[in-house]
Write a protein that binds this ligand. Sequence first.
Ligand SMILES: NC(=O)c1ccc[n+]([C@@H]2O[C@H](COP(=O)([O-])OP(=O)(O)OC[C@H]3O[C@@H](n4cnc5c(N)ncnc54)[C@H](OP(=O)(O)O)[C@@H]3O)[C@@H](O)[C@H]2O)c1
Length: 340
Amino acid sequence: MGYKVAVAGATGNVGREMLAILAERNFPADEVVALASRKSVGTECSFGDKTLKVKALDHYDFSDTDICLMSAGGTVSKEWSPKIGAAGCVVIDNSSAWRMDPDVPLIVPEVNAAAVTGFTKKNIIANPNCSTAQLVVALKPLHDAAKIKRVVVATYQSVSGAGKAGMDELFSQSRNIFVGDPSEPEFFSKQIAFNVIPHIDVFLDDGSTKEEWKMVVETKKILDPKIKLTATCVRVPVFVGHSEAVNIEFENEISADEARDILREAPGVMVVDKREAGGYVTPVECVGDYATYVSRIREDSTVENGLSIWVVSDNLRKGAALNAVQIAELLGRKHLKKAA
Ligand SMILES: NC(=O)c1ccc[n+]([C@@H]2O[C@H](COP(=O)([O-])OP(=O)(O)OC[C@H]3O[C@@H](n4cnc5c(N)ncnc54)[C@H](OP(=O)(O)O)[C@@H]3O)[C@@H](O)[C@H]2O)c1
């Protein structure tokens, strides 16, 4: 007997990927239910070669559902995840609502799978921010080898990380500029087409943004609280795929060649690193893939033990839907009573 799985936010960018990945990976589900807001009731979502009719989250009875993959935003998650958890269904949430709750594990299966056991306190497991997920997949094997002291990261984040509305604005703004009828930004704070914006999420008192703060605290929670990290998060006019320029300072010596060999063996990582034109991965090439790609691995001689790397991944997949489905697989294999 397989699981009953609900996807809440099934009509969104991440929800659609969740359904696609559940089908691609043959997740052992007897039934998959698509949930969204009331306005989407009766619309259809693809699930493999099937079509699911969307139901309303707030009319759904979770008592016989085993796992809810939640990607309906923080406000919905704050209200609904505790109720769903109390009904006996384990929530795997994509929003930032629960990530830093000490009673909620924050999981990237390649990095800290063992911490998932903490889910029983609230029946909620959190998925990290998209930029954090791909970063820690690349950092973990290097940390194990040479102990990371400090990380400086600049992100180049695609508009799909801001949901459907972000993709629509890049598309319509680009088209309007081409036809000579530029439109005012509505969703992003400045023009995103043919531009970059060094601002994601709200500003904090110290001048950083909440997106940058999330990368700091989530890396500590998932990987190691001793790692110092500073981030600059930038929105770029790319539809899907986040990139990161990462500078890492280690306690122990590690060469670029050693790092390349270690990363080649690391779970979830693909190394593409030829020192020639085109010998690296860009976001358009990672769309639809599961891997976190690492390129441009080189030593940084300005610190004692330093490396610089370039990290690219599909933010809707490893940054969100794939990671959530991997957590569901982990739960199914080890922690839920029902035999798959
Ligand atoms: N995009 C990324 O790279 C990424 C990465 C990590 C985490 N996340 C997080 O994942 C979540 C979803 O992101 P997204 O990019 O998929 O957003 P999105 O494309 O805007 O989709 C939002 C989804 O939430 C549903 N929803 C909204 N209000 C609802 C309500 N009151 N009740 C039930 N469903 C409701 C929407 O349904 P309707 O169509 O019916 O409105 C839609 O299915 C967010 O918390 C986001 O921060 C996103």
